[in-house]
Write a protein that binds this ligand. Structure first.
Ligand SMILES: Nc1ncnc2c1ncn2[C@@H]1O[C@H](COP(=O)(O)OP(=O)(O)O)[C@@H](O)[C@H]1O
Ligand SMILES: [Mg+2]
Length: 443
């Protein structure tokens, strides 16, 4: 089972080639058996005719002249002929009766006067295994003993056979290869399209061309992609619409809050409304980002990460010396630059906000994944909060008290963006203390 290849293309090709090899072998066997049969018949016919002609020539001469006559004759093909007083005894085995019968029948092709017919015919030995010895008794006196070598049939013995065989095999193999590629190609295209869709919902549709089945699969895929796209759009639209519609009443509430007599209550009221406003602004910004789908392009991740650090350093000069980048100068991958920058800015901002510094480590692609770590030396997070902080508007109580002024949307937005790229982000605590955001992106 371990020898069985994993790829569908190789499997199909192997199955086809094995089948072809089997058919080819069976065909060759039939061809060989057929040829052997024909060659044997031809061998026996030649043996019969040769024997009969030689005998006819000799029987026509007188007993005294026969030896001289025999010397004169050219026999060829390794045939030996002798005049003897007794029938042959060597080789010891008599020729099988059906073969002897065939040779005898073939002798009838040479007409001989009935009074000259041999008075007895004896055959020894097996053809195709050496030679047949045939003894013919003259009507007057003595025997003619002929030794006819009959070699084994050679069914493959043809100068064009090997060439034809090789050409046929190569042609069949090439055709199979072509057919398999034809068959497997669409599967690879579909897989690539699905992969693209995972990274970018707005990736272009598949061409709905080619053979019926392929076109249908492509059409089904495109329909699915459209539905996913519409689903995402509808949700974003809903979010933005809600955010937008809440704006007006909040503004009204703020105006009305000004009329609250109690100073303390009024300030708290306005602070709460301000917080609500900030959250709405963040929600709207998020919706806007998702809505005007930025096209994916080739970006230099190394440069992008350094830019994020520079910009955060500008905003927080106090943390500037605690910001560092480690990794290759340049690393190109495909993505939406503005969105990705936003995702990384959120992670770095958190590290600066809650730990006073950030350390970005970029690991070049390995196994189709690029890893980016955003580490800090802060307090880290309680283990049961590591996943919950990715919920929208969720903030750990301590950060609220510290008045760090966030909305709890930074991490969910970052995750949303990275997942839309076919990647993800998770949080963990470093063994030596501090938090670590682990980002993976498809290479
Ligand atoms: N590097 C970090 N160290 C400690 N706590 C963090 C870190 N990053 C995020 N957090 C916690 O996760 C919460 C959610 O983060 P986020 O979604 O960015 O919202 P915000 O920063 O607006 O509060 C934060 O309130 C904070 O408590
Ligand atoms: Mg944040």
């Amino acid at each position: 089972m371990t020898l069985w290849p994993r790829s569908l293309a190789t499997r199909t090709l192997l199955t086809l080639l094995l089948g072809l090899a089997f058919v080819q072998a069976a065909g060759l066997l039939i061809h060989a058996l057929d040829r052997i049969g024909l060659q044997r018949q031809a061998d026996l016919r030649t043996a019969g005719i040769r024997t009969a002609s030689l005998y006819r020539t000799l029987v026509a001469t007188s007993i005294a002249e026969r030896p001289a006559e025999l010397k004169e004759l050219e026999l060829g093909d390794g045939i030996t002929a002798t005049l003897a007083d007794a029938p042959p005894t060597d080789p010891p085995d008599p020729t099988p009766p059906e073969i002897a019968q065939t040779i005898r029948l073939n002798m009838a092709y040479v007409p001989i006067r009935s009074r000259n017919r041999p008075r007895d015919i004896q055959m020894r030995g097996l053809p195709w295994d050496g030679a047949v010895t045939i003894g013919l008794k003259f009507p007057d006196r003595g025997w003619l003993v002929l030794e006819l070598p009959i070699p084994k049939p050679r069914p493959w013995h043809s100068p064009t056979f090997l060439l034809a065989f090789v050409l046929m095999t190569v042609a069949a193999a090439l055709l199979s290869l072509w057919a398999v590629r034809q068959l497997i190609g669409p599967v690879a295209t579909l897989a690539a399209a699905a992969e693209r869709l995972g990274r970018d919902v707005n990736s272009p549709p598949l061409p709905e061309t080619g053979p019926t089945e392929v076109a249908r699969a492509a059409a089904a895929f495109n329909t699915m992609a459209t539905r996913i796209r519409r689903f995402v759009q509808d949700r974003t639209f809903l979010l933005t619409a809600i955010g937008h519609d809440l704006r007006t009443p909040i503004t009204r509430l703020k105006l009305r809050a000004e009329f609250i007599e109690d100073d303390d209550l009024r300030d708290k009221f306005i602070a709460d409304l301000d917080e609500l406003d900030t959250m709405l602004t963040a929600t709207l910004a998020f919706g806007r980002d998702a809505a005007d789908a930025e096209p994916a392009t080739a970006i230099d991740l190394g440069a992008l990460l350094r830019t994020v650090l520079d910009e955060v350093a500008d905003a927080r000069p106090d943390a500037a010396e605690n910001l560092a980048y480690a990794g290759p100068e340049h690393l190109t991958l495909s993505g939406r630059p503005v969105a990705l920058k936003r995702a990384f800015t959120n992670l770095v901002t958190n590290a600066v906000k809650y730990a006073g510094g950030a350390h970005i480590i970029l690991t070049p692609p390995d196994g189709g994944q690029t890893r980016i770590l955003v580490e800090d030396n802060g307090p880290g997070l309680p283990p049961d909060e590591l996943e919950r902080v990715f919920d929208p508007f969720y903030r750990i109580e301590t950060s609220r008290n510290r008045e760090t002024g966030g909305t709890g949307l930074g991490l969910p937005i970052a995750r949303n963006i990275l997942r839309a790229h076919g990647g993800d982000v998770t949080l963990s605590n470093r063994p030596g203390g501090g938090a670590r955001a682990t980002v993976v992106l498809p290479a």
